[in-house]
Design a protein around this ligand. Structure first.
Ligand SMILES: Nc1ncnc2c1ncn2[C@@H]1O[C@H](COP(=O)(O)OP(=O)(O)OP(=O)(O)O)[C@@H](O)[C@H]1O
Length: 769
């Protein structure tokens, strides 16, 4: 096969015979074969004078399109023209028989049947079992030729694999998928070659086996009866035969693509509706894309891009149409006048496709670059690389010589400019970085400020403060529970009646005594602990914002009424060691001055009563404490007072335990305790407090509220007590009442203790160490 032959598209036209239906309808023939390479479309009929008028009337009757025929008696030449009497074998011989050699040489070949619906494409490509078409005949010939070649060249291996697919409504279906219709298969363009993922590949050993699969595939193919064709193929069927020759390291591959296109149809000329109409639209769309590709390929002036991507059909046929293979187009036409336009279009298409020549030459040359040549190319490239590497080494060695002379002169200024530019770039980069850092710094500054502001808004050390407060509360509640537990124990253990039994009375008295001593000790310890905790909280609070502190924890606020009323419940239990009892009178007076210091009303009003009003002198002295840091420590004086109170408490507790010890020692000498002795003790205790009170009164005569009598003086209207002062008075009264109650309770406890002592004396026992 010469290069010239292989470079052109072979176009043949096959005119099918009139169908029985068309004959019945007395369809006129619009196309006639002149010889084996020429045809005439819409031939001028030689009419004799007698029949002229009759035939003219018959021709025009009911056939309005005939008046507007654009061309009459047009002659077309093709590579081959087959009339209605042509056989399948003749068509095969004139079309694909030659391609067998082409394929065996390693060239690709494509044969496609084009034409309107019902024009005879499927008949030409597939045929019938009795009279098979081009595909069967081509494949059979290929197998026969392969067998011949196997005999002649024993060292060469041959392999044939086939694919069969259809493009229906722009979907790719596998027609060799074991009798099941596959899903739409994805198609990819890899390095210019079309790859359809998931497409079945069969390897037939004989032409008969291949025909079995072909038949199965045709059964899967989408076919529907239309007005033009009772078994119209509604899809483009693509049958691909891959032929591989393996001769040692050389592998030659070729591909024969046989395509039975779906028939084009004019929507206006068919009564198809719904799905059929949509199918027709898709068929026409893909055929139009194919026509455009053929036009572009045939146009010698067209140098630009050829758009194969308009439809899947053109993408599949890309390497079959693009000139890298031998292409044969079989244009099938119907001779019937009914499809006049379709036939004319098909003929025009075929005529146009004939022109695809010049572009083929180059592409056919490309086809020669098959796999076997790659090794040669690679070897050549390796030699070239080695040569270039040697050149580079030589240039490196002779580097300094290049810098001398004209080259150096030319390079120097460029080098200078380059260096300048480089330094400029570095500078600019530096500036840019500095700007960036500055920007970042601003952001950080802003963030720091925001965080600082947020922290300021919170109470400083609030977390620690809250932690301590929580732990303080927990401890307090634990201590409260313990105290309550012990009180209940004591209550339970105190005998309600006089023991009738001597031994039981002795034991009970002993137990009670021990418990009372323990209780006293424990109370003292607990009290001390409480004070320590309170001190800790006050210390923490002292270095924070005092105004934001809770009242119980804030020394300046707790000064307001650090009496029984403001004390928490657990401290009220302790009031048998009444807090005021342990606070030195001087400190207590200062504490109470704190009440008036915080009251702004007090500053304005003159003192009407020593019970409700404080002297202006003491108020003014405490005014300074807010601003003066030295005096600020005065605000913490309650802490010191509490310390002293704690000392007092422990001292008192020691005193009590010493007394009880003394009494127990006395009890060994005295047989029976006289009731007057207990009364004396109570009196003695009572007389101790007034002594202290007297002392307090002496030191701060105006501030000891409890010990001063009420002075009923007329109060001017503007100086009458306000709601605040009333409230304070009420609080004080309540505190007084509670204190009295506590004193009574204390008295009761003491009496009970004395009673126990008496019992102990009545029933002597050995005191445990
Ligand atoms: N050369 C021929 N000799 C005898 N009968 C033919 C020939 N060509 C076509 N026919 C008959 O014409 C009818 C339509 O042919 P065919 O199905 O091949 O058309 P088609 O172009 O494939 O149509 P479609 O595109 O709708 O599938 C069939 O019955 C077929 O047997």
């Amino acid at each position: 096969m010469s290069e010239n032959e292989s470079s052109k598209m072979r176009v043949v036209v096959r005119i099918r015979p009139m169908s029985s239906r068309e004959i019945e309808n007395e369809e006129e023939r619009v196309i006639e074969q002149i010889d084996d390479k020429a045809l005439v479309f819409d031939p001028e009929i030689e009419e004799d004078a007698y029949l002229q008028g009759f035939q003219k009337v018959a021709r025009l009757g009911g056939k309005k399109n005939r008046k507007h025929r654009p061309r009459r008696n047009n002659t077309f030449c093709f590579d081959a023209v087959f009339g209605d009497s042509s056989t399948q074998q003749e068509v095969y011989e004139q079309t694909t028989a030659d391609t067998i050699d082409t394929i065996l040489e390693g060239y690709n070949a494509t044969v496609f049947a084009y034409g309107a619906t019902g024009a005879g494409k499927t008949h030409t490509m597939l045929g019938t079992p009795e009279d098979p078409g081009v595909i069967y005949r081509t494949v059979t010939a290929l197998f026969a030729k392969m067998a011949e070649m196997r005999e002649s060249s024993a060292g060469t291996k041959y392999k044939i694999t086939v694919n069969y697919l259809e493009v229906y409504n722009e979907r790719i279906n596998d027609l060799l998928s074991a009798g099941k219709k596959s899903k739409d298969l994805p198609m990819r363009d890899i390095a210019g070659a079309i790859n359809i993922r998931g497409l079945s590949e069969k390897e037939p050993q004989t032409a008969e086996e291949l025909m079995t699969w072909l038949k199965e595939g045709n059964n899967l193919r989408t076919q529907h009866p239309t007005d033009a064709n009772a078994q119209s193929s509604r899809s483009h069927a693509v049958f691909v035969v891959h032929f591989t020759q393996i001769n040692g390291t050389t592998r030659t591959m070729a591909k024969l693509t046989l395509v039975d296109l779906a028939g084009s149809e004019r929507a206006q000329a068919t009564p198809n509706m719904g799905l059929r109409l949509r199918e027709g639209g898709n068929i026409n769309k893909s055929l139009l894309a194919l026509g455009n590709v053929i036009n572009a390929l045939a146009d010698p002036k067209h140098k630009g891009h050829i758009n194969y991507r308009d439809s899947k059909l053109t993408r599949i046929l890309k390497d079959g149409l693009g000139g890298t293979c031998r292409t044969i187009m079989i244009a099938n036409v119907s001779p019937a006048d009914k499809v006049y336009e379709d036939t004319l279009n098909t003929i025009k298409y075929a005529d146009r496709a004939k022109s695809i020549r010049s572009s083929l030459t180059k592409r056919v040359m490309e086809t020669k670059t098959h796999v076997g040549n790659y090794k040669k190319i690679i070897d050549e490239q390796k030699i070239q690389i080695k040569r270039l590497q040697e050149e580079i080494i030589a240039l490196k060695k002779n580097g300094p010589t290049l810098k001398s002379g004209r080259v150096t002169k030319a390079v120097d200024p460029i080098w200078g400019t380059l260096t300048k530019l480089q330094s400029e770039v570095i500078r600019l980069t530096g500036d840019q970085r500095i700007a960036m850092f500055e920007k970042q710094m601003k952001i950080f500054d802003y963030e720091v400020k925001t965080i600082a502001t947020e922290n300021l808004e919170r109470t400083p050390g609030s977390n620690r403060f809250e932690r301590i407060t929580t732990s303080y509360d927990m401890r307090v509640s634990r201590i409260e529970e313990k105290i309550e537990e012990h009180i209940s124990q004591i209550k339970n253990t105190v005998p309600q009646e006089k023991p009738s039994d001597e031994v039981r009375s002795q034991q009970a008295a002993e137990v009670n005594y021990q418990k009372s001593v323990m209780y006293q000790n424990l109370c003292g310890k607990l009290f001390n602990k409480l004070k320590e905790q309170h001190q800790l909280v006050v210390d923490v609070a002292g270095c924070k914002e005092i105004d934001k502190m809770p009242e119980i924890l804030c020394p300046s606020k707790s000064l307001v009424s650090f009496t029984d009323e403001s004390l928490p419940d657990f401290l009220k239990i302790e009031t048998r060691f009444s807090f005021d009892d342990f606070v030195p009178a001087k400190s207590l007076a200062r504490t109470r001055r704190g009440i008036n210091f915080n009251s702004t009303e007090t500053k304005k009003r003159p003192v009407s009563s020593s019970r409700t009003r404080l002297p202006p002198a003491s108020t003014s002295s405490l005014k300074k404490t807010k601003s003066d840091p030295a005096l600020r420590s005065n605000l913490r004086t309650p802490v010191n007072r509490q310390k002293s109170a704690t000392t007092f408490a422990s001292a008192e507790s020691k005193k009590l335990s010493a007394k009880s010890k003394k009494r127990s020692a006395e009890s060994t000498s005295e047989k029976v305790a006289s009731p007057s002795s207990s009364e004396n003790t109570v009196k003695k205790r009572k007389t101790e407090s007034p002594k202290n009170s007297t002392k307090e009164t002496k030191s701060t005569p105006n501030t000891s509220l409890e010990n001063e009598p009420d002075q009923e003086k007329p109060v001017p209207r503007y100086m009458r007590p306000t709601a605040t002062s009333d409230r304070h008075t009420r609080i004080r009264r309540k505190a007084e009442e509670r204190r009295k109650g506590n004193a009574m309770k204390l008295q009761e406890l003491k009496e009970r203790q004395q009673q126990l002592q008496a019992n102990k004396k009545a029933f002597p026992f050995t005191k445990p160490e």
